[in-house]
Design a protein around this ligand. Structure first.
Ligand code: ADP
Ligand code: GLC
Length: 481
């Protein structure tokens, strides 16, 4: 089975969020299952710098509209093969994968990800410049959303799978891009790529893909509703027979408290005592009062409306009055960053915020805190609540998407069954969040309950095996058709 996995970010080369983690871990799991999988991604400067020994496999000139590019081959540190698109004009610049230095979308994103989509399609078609040809093209989010559309209108193309990691980002561009990107005019209609008089990359993927997946069973249902369908609920509901929710896994070797080099002491489910040294180290490093007995709450993530960070910032003074401590790591919304730093200054010793992207610190936080906060308004899957459980840190989550599918609220019944793994609140407001934080702090002070909760969390299997098999089944069915 030959699979092309097209994506706009892959950890550890380039990462803005969970898509990068999944784009490394899922192909790795499939590779280990014997699938001949290759990851296709743009050659951003970070990628080219991290992979100095790439080989030129082909020159690509797609006429008209796209600049010339080269296809380079290499591999991830773990051996999974990579195909990197080298195109200096579109990808080699400062700033990030999607945004410039000022946090604004690159003005040529339609062309940048149009090229990624186009090359992903080309590689499975009759005129591919490579000898290797995929049986399946697996696309991820809007950045590769045009691929299924290109494939639909091509000769002898492979079937496609479109995975939705986040429907909130859709890649919507002016309609004239349809011709500039070489799409046939006939696809610009309601039953096609048109979305309120614009071209939507995401809609293109959802309309033309042979199979659609999303990253949790609950989110698969939610995106068919007005509340969370972001305008695409009708299309998704009409395609529900080919829409599957498959829960993300996590990389259990990278996220392992027994071997994690970012921790100051290691631990596992048979002996959690090493966790306390990490709490002490985190309190020290973040300038919090060293106190082993206060519940330490923490949050790591993008500072956006989606993640409900605003609610945490609002309740922060009441949270520490429980009493408790709070640590925040993240970046994004400028106002939220300012508020977080302001709280950290005002309640120094009790609240500490670090604004930035810091992978090693995120590991220490997962290990050093007691309760992980994830009050997302919506969450397609979410990875941090799984990382935290693996680190014996019960998460406190809003009942949405993948969070419902991975966290079971702690109550008498779930404790008795040995299944309680965190704290869940249902109403997206500050009083429910605070009440649930109070409930978590109370449980924290009951050593017996807390140990049971930590054990349940750490014993859960968040590995990729089952989910990778589910993708494998989808590929197999498509190949049989
Ligand atoms: P999303 O993809 O919506 O941002 P996920 O929970 O799926 O949410 O994945 C987020 C990933 O990015 C996790 O691996 C998380 O640890 C990481 N992350 C987010 N913000 C930061 C940050 N400021 N520093 C370090 N890691 C971060
Ligand atoms: C998105 C979602 C997140 C998910 C990640 C990986 O960024 O917001 O919930 O875990 O993709 O699939």
């Amino acid at each position: 089975m030959h699979v092309l996995f097209a994506t706009s970010e892959v950890a550890p080369l380039i990462k803005t969020g969970g898509l990068a983690d999944v784009s490394a871990a899922l192909p790795t799991a499939l590779h280990e299952m014997g699938v001949d999988i290759r990851i296709l991604l743009p050659g951003y400067p970070q990628v080219l710098k991290a992979l100095p020994h790439l080989h030129v496999a082909a020159r690509i000139a797609i006429q008209p509209g796209f600049p010339a590019a080269r296809l380079l081959t290499g591999s991830l540190p773990n051996g999974v093969p990579l195909l990197v698109i080298e195109c200096a004009e579109l990808y080699e610049r400062g700033g990030g994968a999607y945004l410039d230095e000022h946090g604004l979308d690159w003005p040529d994103n339609a062309l940048r990800f149009g090229l990624l989509s186009k090359i992903a399609a080309l590689l499975s078609c009759a005129d591919t410049p490579l000898k290797w040809k995929p049986d399946i093209v697996h696309c991820n989010d809007w950045q590769t959303g045009l691929t299924p559309a290109y494939l639909h209108f091509a000769e002898g193309a492979a079937p496609s799978v479109m995975t939705v990691h986040n429907l909130a980002f859709q890649g919507v561009f002016p309609s004239q891009m349809v011709t500039e990107l070489g799409l046939p005019a006939e696809c610009y209609q309601l039953n096609g790529v048109e979305y309120y008089d614009n071209l939507s990359f995401m809609k293109a993927g959802l309309y033309y893909a042979d199979h659609i997946t999303t990253v949790s069973p609950s989110y698969a249902k939610e995106i068919q509703t007005d509340a969370l369908g972001f305008g695409l609920q009708g299309l998704l509901a009409s395609r529900r027979k080919v829409l599957t929710g498959i829960l993300n896994g996590i990389d259990t070797s990278e996220w392992n408290p027994a071997t994690d080099p970012n921790l100051v002491d290691s631990y596992d489910v048979t002996d959690i005592s090493g966790k306390s040294a990490n709490k002490r180290e985190l309190q020290k490093r973040m300038g919090l009062h060293i106190d082993p007995d206060l519940p330490l709450f923490g949050l790591v993530g993008r500072f956006t409306h989606q993640k409900g960070v605003d609610l945490v910032l609002k309740i922060a003074p009441e949270l520490i009055a429980l009493p408790a401590q709070l640590v925040l790591l993240g970046n994004g919304d400028a106002e939220m960053q300012r508020t977080a730093l302001g709280l950290s200054h005002r309640y120094s010793g009790q609240i500490s915020a670090y604004v930035g992207f810091d992978e090693p610190l995120s590991h220490l936080i997962e290990a050093g805190i007691d309760i992980f906060l994830m009050p997302s308004r919506f969450e397609p899957c979410g990875l941090n609540q799984m990382y935290s459980q693996r680190y014996g840190t019960p998460p406190l989550v809003h009942a949405t998407g993948g969070l419902i599918d991975t966290v079971l609220d702690c109550n008498a019944a779930s404790l008795k069954q040995g299944l309680a793994s965190g704290f869940v609140f249902h109403s997206m407001d500050t009083s429910s969040l605070l009440a649930t934080a109070r409930r978590a702090a109370k449980a924290y002070h009951d050593k017996k309950i807390w140990r049971a909760l930590q054990h349940n969390c750490m014993l859960k299997d968040f590995g990729w095996n089952q989910s990778a098999s589910a993708y494998h089944d989808i590929y197999t069915n498509l190949m049989r058709r």
